[in-house]
Design a protein around this ligand. Sequence first.
Ligand code: SAM
Length: 445
Amino acid sequence: MSEADVFAEISGALITRTGHHYYEDKERLLRERLRQRVEALKLPSLAAYAQVLKGERGHDAETEWRQLEDLITIGETYFFRYADHFEALRESILPGLIARHAGDKQLRIWSIGCANGAEAYSIAIVIRELLGDAFDSWRISITGGDISEGALAKAREAKYGAWALRTLSDAQKSIYFDRLDPRTWVLKRAYKFVRFERQNILDLLSPAPPLSWTGFDLILCRNVLIYFSADKAVALTRALKARLNEGGALLLGHAEATLELDPALALPLKTEFEQAREPLPTQPWMPAPLPDAPWPQPIAPALTGVASSPLQAASLEEVRAAADAGDYERAHQLSRALIAREPLLAEAHYYDALISLVADGQDEAEAALRRALYLNRGFALAHHRLALVLLSRARNAEAKRALQVAIELARHMPADAPMPEGDGVTAGVFADAVARQLEHLSSAA
Ligand SMILES: C[S@@+](CC[C@H](N)C(=O)[O-])C[C@H]1O[C@@H](n2cnc3c(N)ncnc32)[C@H](O)[C@@H]1O
């Protein structure tokens, strides 16, 4: 068998096991992951690795599949992801469920594709706050399920870096977490009432799905179905809905929300996303390049000559994955390597800024955001992030201008189009949320 055939065989088997259609056009990413496993097991070739996956060469096939699945899953997540979802959960969904269950005093909640547990724990925090003193008299069951054993181990540990806590203020961090060291927070015991277990969501479509996967009042399955083919994603959405109690709620990720409506709408998911990434035409009201934009300038010259393959192959996905795993040093290295290779990629500068912020590098972050905006003046998320940096430095007038630009850019897009680098949030939701922020800032002035 040729190397290409072996690769096709492994990739096909992987897609069947995980449902991750996603890897059909992410060959380079998958090749890199396979290379890591071949190296880790000190094997001579990919063909030898294929034998390992079949239980040959003295290895247990299931153990190796799980290792590989851990490597290929993308666990990007953070606490209180999607402010609009958490506003709805706090203001209406959970109070409604609590009222509905005032008699039996029990709630069953499922976070499937829970990654490092941030989503399930965010729900635990909100429920505990909503129930207050009554909490002890309720039976609250929250289950976090994920295919990745590595993600589940992190979830059980409940230790997080600044990247996973990026939406929390310092005050909130100290209410919900204890600080272990300057870079690590651990969730307080009071919010740790979540059970984690390995689950493959595809089992919902098997002839005999696990018996316990039913009778939920709330299911969160956010940013998981994006990796599946549209027909599988639609079938899974239906199956999830069938697992809800009467009056229960299913929350999907922003980019997946159309699946709830009509399968026909779900099909162009990816195309819609890609279209939305097209730079917006320049508008007269967009700000001119900022006078102090520190561009062009050589970036990370030390890295331009780096030939080692992982860095050279750095992609935005890998930058995000490293940051998500709490490995900020590597995330920074990867973002710098990506910038060295593609200096005109505004998104790379944007992520570079986000990573700098984790280490309190406000100056660096501001410069990186200005570079991103120099390259793409229509980058609403970068304007918004710049506004937050400026606010934290008490430069409110500049921050307000940046917020205004972010709102106008979003209003210029169709309300239901996803914002580029906006984690699936639509332009309408983003514009409204930023407008509320601006209003708040103006009224506080
Ligand atoms: C991008 S994260 C989403 C985390 C969280 N739900 C959120 O929205 O912030 C996707 C998670 O889905 C998990 N996942 C992928 N395929 C899965 C499958 N077939 N069954 C269960 N979990 C899966 C991945 O391991 C990863 O942790």
